[in-house]
Each structure stands twice: as C-alpha cells, then as structure tokens.
Design a protein. Structure first.
Length: 103
C-alpha cells in the first residue's frame, strides 16, 4: 500500500496527521509526507524587478518557509513512527504551487 499525505501548518493538516497516526497500517505500507510552500516570485512575479531592495527579505522568507515545512513533515513522520516504526516513511518539502506539486 502507498499513501501520500500532503500537509501544511493549518489546523486541518494537524487534525489529518493526528487521525492518520491512529490508523492501523500494514508494515509493508509506504508513506510519503509532503509539504509544499509557495515561492514569493511564483505567487507575485512583479516582485522580481525589485529584488535588489527586497533580496534579503525574500531570501529570509524562503529560508523560513523551508524550515517551517521541514519541521512540519518531520513532526508528522515522527508521530506516525511512534505508532509503527516498521513503516517506510519518506518526507519531502517542495517549492512551488501546491496545485501543481501533486500532479
């Protein structure tokens, strides 16, 4: 069995992880936990011409987004492993638009 769990920092995702951790899964189950964050330049390309003045801000925002997403998927993975450490769990953090990342 293969399962993809897509999460963010929302209350809905936290509830999903909590419920997912309760599910009894066969030991041969492969689980991938993924979080997608949006690059500011993908969301608003008009920022690019001003990158010189906003460069450090956008770099810091990207760094924080990556760190947050990594923490989210790590916590979810650890929560699931506590229930069944024999599962194959991988995590991923993807930079892009969420609607495109899963297709």
């Amino acid at each position: 069995m293969k399962i993809l769990v897509a999460i963010d920092d929302s209350d809905y995702s936290k509830a999903t992880v909590e419920e997912f951790s309760k599910l009894p899964l066969p030991t041969n189950t492969e689980v991938q936990i993924i979080s997608v964050f949006e690059n500011l330049l993908l969301v608003n390309p008009r920022i690019a011409p001003h990158a010189g003045s906003l460069g450090s801000y956008s770099e810091e925002a990207m760094s924080n987004a990556i760190k947050t997403a990594e923490a989210i998927v790590s916590d979810a993975s650890n929560s699931r492993k506590e229930k069944n450490d024999a599962l194959s769990i991988t995590t991923a953090v993807v930079n892009g638009l969420p609607k495109s990342a899963f297709l």
